[in-house]
Structure formats: C-alpha cells, structure tokens
Ligand binder design. Structure first.
Ligand SMILES: Cc1ncc(COP(=O)(O)O)c(C=O)c1O
Length: 303
C-alpha cells in the first residue's frame, strides 16, 4: 500500500481561521517556532466521526501555549467548532486530528514578544498505530539512555515540540535495536513513560503508574484511571524504580494514538496480557465508541 506523504494529500487544512487547500498550508522558513522550538501541538482521535474528549485536548493546547509564554488567538469554543467542521468536511470516520500552534516570522530574536501566533488543524484517516497482532500480543520496549528532564530545565507540563527531540532520538534508537518503542527513565532514574504514551504496570491485581511530575499526564492516562476506579481496580500512583520491573505481571501503555497498548517485554522482563490489561483495554474501547452523551463527564469516577 502506498502511503501519501503528509504534505501531498487532497482536502483542506484549517490555517489561522480559514480552510485552505491541503497542499497550500505553508509557514515561512524564518518562523520563530521552527528555529527556537516555540511550537506546541495536540493529538486527538476521531471515533465514528466524533473527536474523543475534544474540549480537554483544546484546553490542553491553550495550557501548553501558556507554558511557552504565548496565548492562542482563538478561544477553546472557536477551535472546537473549527475541528468539528474540519472532520465533517474531510469526511473522517476513524482517524486522527493534529492541532499545532507556533510563533511566526516577524523577527530573528530569541525573544517571544513581537512574534505572531499561528494555529493549524489537520485531520486524516488513521485507524491504528500498531498492528492487530501487536495489539493482541503486546509490544517490546527498550530503555533509552535519554531521560525525561527535570521540571526546572524544560516546560515539562506542555505538549511542546521542543520536548520531542529526545523522543525522536529514543524512538530511532529503539527501532534500530529491534524494539517497538523506547521507555524513558526520568532525571532521577525513575521509570517515566514511552515516546508518545504513559506507562502502567500491574502486580497481582493492583495497577501502578508513575507519578506524572515531570512528563505529560495524558488524557488517556486520566481516562484509564477513571475506568479503573469504576471497575474497582486498586490504583497506586508512585515513583517506580527500573529495578522493580521484574516484580510486575502485566504492562501497558496509554495514549490518544496508542490507546491501551499491551507491552510484552521491557529489556528482557516479560509480561502477559492479563486480566487487568484486558479489562481496561475493553472498557476503553467501549467508552470511545459510546455516543458522546452517554460518556461520563470529565473526571467522573476519579479516585
Ligand atoms: C510524550 C507523551 N506522553 C504521553 C502521551 C499520552 O497523552 P494523551 O493520553 O493525552 O494522548 C503522549 C501523547 O499525547 C505523549 O506524546
């Protein structure tokens, strides 16, 4: 199957308040966001023509912009409306939405003041990140030498493009070593997350997840914690050392794109796709396909 490059597709992209032909959605080479990493983005998933947790994602886009010191020139309601309209115009049933915002090209100074802020939204069909076999059997992770940075060295709460340099480096190294993805430790040496997803581990029937104090506390992570509470699964959020990995029976990743993705191995430690993983995977699947008005409100069921 030939996959068209992202820049060479039919349809439209929403750019700075207008729907423009897909191939004309350009930015200038002197954009501040490109030179100094002043860009933020979101990843959203479309199920049955509806964006799952759209407003939470749009609110996080706004929060990420503020973490980088700028304000988006469109309200959450305006961006939500534009996203729904774009998904409708593109005829997306099950796919992905990529909102992105960046500082423009008014000057070359590293200072942010005086640079315009631009926003774009794009959507395309994208059913799954991993194959059906990987979804069933689990993927393999290798720990990367890169670490999630300390909160006083980078804007760690933002979904900021600049934080993804180490994700690309880690992911390329993992691919070259034959793993499906990389596992990051944090600056203190605790287990953190994968390159685009949060980590969960199961010991017996108790679910453990690293405290999200220096990496993105994902919207899917929150959703899975809420589902665990509904299912009566005990949850422990804590710092987890890499020397503990051998104590766990199950492992999975969560993310908008990854959804609930079982992990079968980290650096030689083996895990099964057991009953806790399966229960949460199925509950998540059911939730994302439920009609929007049948879904619990954000945060409902949180421990
Ligand atoms: C680095 C990183 N961590 C975690 C996540 C999971 O976040 P969410 O569940 O909000 O998609 C993502 C994906 O957005 C990510 O890129």
């Amino acid at each position: 199957m030939t996959v068209l490059p992202l820049h060479d597709r039919d349809g439209e992209i929403w750019l700075d308040g207008r729907f423009v032909p897909w191939r004309d959605a350009h930015l200038h080479v002197l954009a501040h966001g490109l030179h100094y990493g002043g860009g933020i983005f979101e990843g959203e998933r479309v199920y049955d023509g509806q964006v799952f947790k759209l407003t939470e994602h749009t609110e996080r886009l706004h929060a990420s912009a503020r973490e980088l010191g700028f304000e988006l020139p469109y309200t959450v309601a305006e961006l939500d409306g534009a996203t729904r309209e774009l998904v409708r115009r593109q005829g997306i049933g099950n796919g992905y939405v990529r909102p992105v915002a960046w500082r423009g090209s008014e000057h070359i100074s590293v200072a942010g003041a005086g640079a315009s802020v631009h926003v774009a939204l794009a959507t395309w069909e994208w059913p799954h990140v991993f194959s059906a076999e990987a979804k069933a059997a689990g993927i393999r992770l290798g720990t990367t030498r890169w670490r999630r940075p300390a909160p006083d060295t980078a804007p760690v709460r933002a979904k900021a493009a600049s934080l993804y340099n180490i994700c690309t480096l880690a992911r390329d190294e993992a691919d070259a070593a034959g793993f499906d993805d990389a596992l990051f430790l944090d600056y203190r040496g605790y287990v953190a997350e994968a390159t685009g997803a949060n980590l969960f581990l199961v010991a017996g029937s108790v679910l453990h997840t690293p405290t999200a104090d220096c990496f993105l506390a994902g919207i899917t992570r929150r959703t899975v914690l809420d589902l665990a509470a509904e299912l009566g699964i005990e949850v422990v959020e804590r710092h987890i050392g890499p020397d503990e990995l051998g104590d766990f029976d199950e492992c999975f990743l969560t993310g908008t794109a990854y959804e609930v993705q079982p992990v079968r191995e980290i650096d030689g430690h083996r895990f099964t796709v057991g009953k806790t993983t399966t229960a949460l995977l199925e509950a998540y699947e059911e939730l994302v396909h439920a009609p929007a008005d049948a879904r619990p409100a954000a945060g409902a069921g949180a421990p």
